[in-house]
Design a protein around this ligand. Structure first.
Ligand code: APR
Length: 245
């Protein structure tokens, strides 16, 4: 597939960014595939071989902890070999320069934070922190990986990832809503927009909306601009143009 986004769409994005006084970035798993982290619904994604209901739900956690533990341990070990890429660093730099304001992400890899972004709104939690599923006491990655019980109550330890069927962190959701309402520009990067309620956000802004994604996105979305391409490649081209436009 022709992934090389046309120059004029990139120039249009740069113009939107320069005109905007409040820009929100919303990322999904496609933001991290160029770091070597599989996404979920592409042909090479996690859900191609695994039924998410068997591992990424509270039922899975409560009724089949061994399989739940195996899946998240495998993701933690795979993630340990991966790092944020240039695209994460560019977003963090643009935030420092005041060109973009808020980064909201569905990703749990912490890559935006590791690349230096601040106040990242982690809508689906983080795989880097852990708690007891029973009493809520904070725990550690090692305790989880070694499958040790909660030191406080003996319950099962879990990563602080929002599982299907669980509510999103309320404060984070409210923060993102506020920024989406204030935004002049929302740039959606690397997400299929399949998962509720995050997939409602692009329609909730009065600002310009841009989708930067490798594939078409199902559904009735009306983006002002669609850029078909790879996140890192396109963000690098945007950065070059920002210097000359
Ligand atoms: N550049 C741009 N887009 C990409 C890239 C890339 N390098 N790689 C993949 N993509 C696109 C894919 O084409 C796909 O449309 O990113 C999208 C990723 O979609 P999903 O795999 O569905 O991931 P995401 O939208 O983040 O999933 C949302 O589902 O399983 C849950 O909690 C999990 O947060 C996740 C949520």
């Amino acid at each position: 597939m022709h992934n090389h986004a046309k120059r004029e769409t990139i120039i249009q994005l740069v113009q939107f960014m320069k005109e905007s006084s409040h820009t929100v970035i919303l990322t999904g798993a496609g933001m991290s595939t160029e770091s070597g982290v599989p996404d979920f619904r592409s042909k090479s994604g996690w859900w191609k071989n695994i039924d998410p209901r068997s591992v990424a739900t509270v039922e899975a956690l409560e009724e089949n902890y061994d399989l739940f533990h195996e899946f998240y341990s495998m993701r933690i070990h795979a993630l340990a070999k991966c790092l944020p890429h240039k695209g994460h660093h560019l977003l963090a730099n643009w935030q420092k320069q005041g060109l973009i304001h808020t980064i909201a992400t569905q990703n749990v890899d912490n890559f935006h934070q590791m690349a230096g972004a601040s106040n990242v709104q982690t809508l689906h939690g983080s795989i880097r922190s852990f708690r007891c599923h029973h009493c809520g006491a904070p725990s550690k990655e090692n305790t989880f990986l070694l499958k040790e019980p909660c030191t406080n109550c003996g319950g099962n330890i879990r990563p602080e990832v929002v599982l299907f069927g669980e509510p999103l962190p309320e404060k984070t959701w409210q923060n993102v809503l506020q920024h989406i309402h204030k935004a002049d520009l929302v740039i959606v990067i690397g997400t299929s927009l399949e998962v509720y309620p995050v997939n409602q956000l692009p329609e909730m802004t009065n600002g310009h909306t841009v989708l930067l994604n490798l594939e078409e996105v199902e559904g009735k979305y009306e983006f002002d601009l669609m850029i078909k391409g790879k996140a890192k490649d396109v963000l690098e081209r945007v950065d070059e143009l920002l210097k000359i436009v």
